[in-house]
Design a binder for this molecule. Structure first.
Ligand SMILES: [Zn+2]
Length: 247
């Protein structure tokens, strides 16, 4: 009897030690699996946030077709600084060029929009990025002739592409620009170059785009050069009107 009990005790001792070791091993494995799982989830979150930063990437990786209602470029604006990288545009007798005036406006508009949390591309007139360009809106900044044409050669005008949202972009910009600058809309001098603007043919057809002639370099020169802030504010206010109201 005593020897049997001893045997049992002898047997139960090592058996419980083994099971304790097994339990310890199992707990250790469970902790490792849990740790790996947490690392996996964290890596997944980082990857997703990286993908979301690049709209085009997330759209193509997730197999989502481009959809204007998804507003993937809600606060992404393209600004063409008219004639930049190509030619001077209109030139005044004292050497002031349209390209220089346009650049002053484009850079100020970009600064103001960036301060409002927008992503802005300042583009050359024939920028390679224009091919298939996608953004909430593209605005090309130009100014009119420096010739002393007549007393009517004052005011601004716009022409747009055929994207679904373009009409509203024109409406927002026209109203805001008129309000900020006091210039009138000069519709009867819209040229064929404005209607068939080269960038309209290059960009993605869903990107709303306009070309604006901010004023005439002769009669509106003071506004365009010494009050450039009003010009920039007019366009920025128009962009914000458009972007905030895009359904
Ligand atoms: Zn021009």
């Amino acid at each position: 009897m005593a020897s049997k009990r001893n045997q049992r005790r002898w047997r139960t001792g090592p058996t419980s030690a083994v099971s304790r070791r097994r339990r310890a091993v199992t707990a250790h494995r469970a902790r490792r699996v849990l740790a790996l799982l947490l690392i996996g989830i964290a890596a997944g979150i980082v990857l997703l946030s990286l993908l979301q930063r690049s709209d085009s990437l997330s759209a193509s990786w997730l197999g989502v077709a481009p959809d204007s209602t998804a507003r993937p470029f809600a606060k992404h604006i393209g600004i063409i600084s008219g004639h930049k990288g190509n030619d001077s545009g209109a030139v005044c007798p004292d050497g002031l060029t349209e390209a220089a005036v346009n650049l002053q406006h484009a850079l100020r508009i970009a600064d103001l929009l960036r301060a409002q949390g927008y992503t802005v591309d300042v583009l050359d007139e024939f920028d390679a990025r224009l091919n298939g360009y996608r953004a909430a809106a593209l605005i090309s900044i130009h100014a009119d002739s420096c010739d002393n044409i007549n007393a009517q050669a004052s005011g601004f005008k716009l022409s747009s592409n055929a994207a679904p949202q373009s009409e509203r972009l024109v409406a927002c910009l026209t109203q805001a620009y008129q309000q900020r600058t006091g210039l009138r809309f000069h519709a009867n001098t819209i040229t064929r170059d404005m209607l068939n603007y080269h960038a309209f043919r290059k960009i993605d057809p869903t990107t709303p785009a306009v070309i604006i002639e901010t004023g005439f370099l002769y009669l509106d020169r003071d506004l365009l050069t010494h009050q450039a802030e009003r010009v920039a504010q007019g366009i920025v206010t128009g962009v914000r009107c458009f972007v905030n109201e895009t359904p």
